[in-house]
Design a binder for this molecule. Structure first.
Ligand code: HSE
Length: 400
């Protein structure tokens, strides 16, 4: 029997407890032995909940118990999760986590500590909730050179954009409804400004290339400026608008961005609706693979934590390596990234537009006193230089 402890009995922690209980037979059938939750650490009491039997308030009880070989860190936040994780790894206990913040900030250091103490630090649930993406990058795609990763990595914004598209509603209206239903946080900034997706693509890019990506190097734009008129243009173009978190390796340089993109139906990410997430990986030998599922939610996220627990249970006393050096991966300025741009301007003079932008595809008659157009491919720097020649640019959305 393998004994585990769960740190934090919130949404994900209670989900881990539930997955381990409900799927006890499935898990022991596949693993060949049982996984028992010996402790759940939380400051609160849970009267009437069976978890009360294993509830403890002192982390030292877990650290000092040699029977506990795997710890699930589902507390979230940096402290005390960092200290607890470090202490557990230093005692040779593997840690499986859903804590994206901790992974993004301290991943390489915690992996090194795990290596030194012959245990593992696994974090499948930290990106894309229940979607297997870390393990595929670490194992199935380890032989590949990753050319690009494009993700819809935030369920809240994908839900909002989907509702704006299907119901023709304004951003503020959909956000307010999403908050009422509990789909969006009371303070939704981390989601709608793109920061959550930015942390996630920074983790995936780090794993793809084995070096640390600083999330502050990633150009990040949220969805707050997207309007119902933008969606009317998207419809006319036969496209939709998605918040993409994207990293690309091109000519030996690395580019990364989080921003809304115009997406055509040919792109498999076009079909990802509502709170669902998906990640499209383009590799140099096998080509495209896509990973789709619930990017958040109690049982989906918990299931990914438990998958890591099983992996650790199969490798007790061994280190499952994840190549992620502390050395910084240099992300090139976004100025050099090449793509098409959809632009809205408050004028309708096609000649004037063509004089500045060259060949463009025009879209008229969507809203009064303006038009939209899609440029040819050009660098971000070239786009900005040209757009600066107009004082009537209403909005710009990158085209995938
Ligand atoms: N707030 C996130 C989302 C879930 O909406 O996808 C946790 O990462």
């Amino acid at each position: 029997m393998v004994k585990t402890a769960i740190l934090g009995y919130g949404t994900v922690g209670s989900g881990v407890y539930e997955v381990l209980k409900k799927n006890k037979d499935v898990i022991s059938g596949k693993l060949g032995e049982e996984i028992q939750v010996k402790y759940v650490l939380d400051l609160r009491e849970f009267e009437g909940d069976p978890v009360q039997d294993v509830l403890v308030h002192d982390m030292n009880l877990i650290l000092d118990d040699p029977e506990v070989q795997i710890v699930c860190e589902t507390m979230g936040g940096e402290h005390p999760a960092y200290d607890f994780t470090k202490s557990a790894l230093e005692r040779g206990k593997s840690v499986c986590t859903s804590n994206k913040e901790l992974v993004e900030k301290h991943g390489p250091e915690l992996i090194k500590i795990a290596e030194k103490h012959q245990c593992s630090y696994l974090f499948e649930a930290s990106v894309g909730g229940g979607i297997p993406i870390i393990r595929p990058l670490r194992t199935s795609l380890a032989q590949e050179e990753i050319l690009s990763i494009t993700g819809i990595l935030n369920g809240t914004t994908n839900y909002i954009l989907t509702k704006m598209e299907t119901e023709g509603l304004a951003f503020d209206t959909v956000l307010a409804r999403a908050q009422e239903k509990g789909y969006a946080e009371k303070n939704p900034d981390a989601d709608i400004l793109g920061y959550d997706a930015c942390r996630k693509i920074s983790i995936l890019t780090s794993l793809a290339y084995g070096k640390k990506v600083d999330f502050q190097d990633i150009t990040t734009e949220g969805i707050t400026a997207i309007t119902d008129i933008d969606f009317a243009y998207a419809k006319k173009m036969g496209a939709t608008i998605k918040l993409f978190a994207k990293s690309v390796k091109k000519n030996g340089k690395y580019y990364a961005i989080v921003a809304p993109f115009m997406v055509k139906p040919e792109n498999p990410l076009y079909a990802v609706k509502g709170v669902f997430n998906a990640i499209l990986v383009n590799a140099n030998m096998g080509g495209e693979t896509m990973y789709y599922g619930k990017g958040a939610g109690k049982l989906a996220t918990a299931s990914a934590v438990v998958a890591d627990v099983l992996d650790c249970a199969r490798h007790i006393g061994k280190h499952l390596d994840i190549k992620w050096e502390d050395e910084r991966l240099e992300i090139s300025p976004i100025d050099g990234a090449v793509r098409k741009f959809f632009v809205r301007v408050s004028l309708t003079d096609e000649e004037q537009i063509k004089k500045v932008f060259g060949e463009v595809e025009m879209f008229t008659g969507v809203a009064k006193g303006e038009c939209g157009f899609v440029t040819e491919e050009m660098t971000e720097a070239a786009y900005r230089e040209r757009a600066a020649k107009f004082d009537n640019v209403l909005s710009m959305i990158r085209v995938d």
